[in-house]
Design a protein around this ligand. Structure first.
Ligand SMILES: NC(=O)c1ccc[n+]([C@@H]2O[C@H](COP(=O)([O-])OP(=O)(O)OC[C@H]3O[C@@H](n4cnc5c(N)ncnc54)[C@H](OP(=O)(O)O)[C@@H]3O)[C@@H](O)[C@H]2O)c1
Length: 228
């Protein structure tokens, strides 16, 4: 087997059609990494069978870097959360991440090198009304990140979560009115939302050989929002 220091690295990025995922693709490609971005038709994270079928097909394709970026956020107060929304959020934001790590880490273990980055959220640490399901999935993701980091560290695989604050993407626009976005911006010490490319830079560092010692962490990147 060619050592990962000699070969061109290959990354699998979920949810790469837009937003933060699309920015991560641009950033990793600019670092010379080959990027695979299956669309929802090929890999439907909401369907555990689709995820397993994808893994069976691709597990020998040599994924060195796994970025679990796709996520959804249906807003509802606890009295109104319906079981279908709850289940799809748990499946897409958390269970599919476990499945992909379980499926793709054996190759990384075999070559004694790998990087896994899970895109979490500030709402794994703080929260806001109507984010019960979302916060539960993202807090679960941080917990999964820590345990998997401990299990895979002896194999040269570093696993971290990135927890963005408010980022200028479709998801943010769908869940906040323009007035709310203005108000949120005024509460962020940096006084603006993040651009997806700013999140991608952190993911790029965590995916790289430059990161040789950080693992198991949930890193907040929020313009200082959670410091207040
Ligand atoms: N935006 C923020 O402010 C913010 C803040 C903190 C954390 N995050 C997290 O960052 C990640 C990306 O957020 P974003 O704002 O960039 O989201 P976005 O613009 O809404 O894009 C979501 C991506 O996930 C994909 N996706 C959704 N359901 C899927 C499914 N069932 N199967 C496969 N792919 C699916 C979408 O694919 P399609 O094109 O097929 O729909 C799309 O590529 C999420 O995990 C989110 O929770 C975002």
């Amino acid at each position: 087997m060619i050592s990962p220091t000699e070969k061109k690295l290959k990354a699998l990025i979920t949810g790469a059609s837009r937003g933060i995922g699309a920015a991560i693709v641009i950033e990793l490609e600019s670092q010379g990494i080959e990027v695979i971005t299956p669309s929802r038709n090929i890999l439907d994270l909401g369907d555990p069978i689709s995820v397993e079928n994808y893994i069976t097909k691709e597990k020998s394709s040599g994924i060195d870097i796994l970025v679990n970026n796709a996520g959804i956020n249906f807003l509802n107060d606890i009295t109104d959360i319906n079981d279908r929304d709850w289940q799809s959020m748990i499946q897409i934001n958390l269970t599919s991440v476990m499945q992909l790590i379980r499926g793709f880490s054996p190759y990384m273990k075999q070559q004694n090198w790998g990087r896994i980055i899970n895109i979490s959220s500030i709402f794994s640490i703080v929260t806001k009304e109507s984010r019960g399901a979302y916060s539960a999935t993202k807090a679960g993701l941080n917990g999964l990140t820590r345990t998997v980091a401990v299990e895979l560290a002896p194999y040269g695989i570093l696993v971290n979560a990135v927890c963005p604050g408010y980022v200028q993407t479709d998801l943010t626009v769908a869940n906040n009115s323009p007035e709310q976005i203005l108000q949120i911006s005024s509460h962020i010490p940096i006084k603006r939302l993040a651009q997806p490319a700013e999140i991608a830079k952190l993911v790029s560092f965590l995916s790289s050989k430059e990161n040789s010692y950080m693992t198991g962490q949930s890193l907040l990147i929020d313009g200082g929002f959670t410091c207040l």
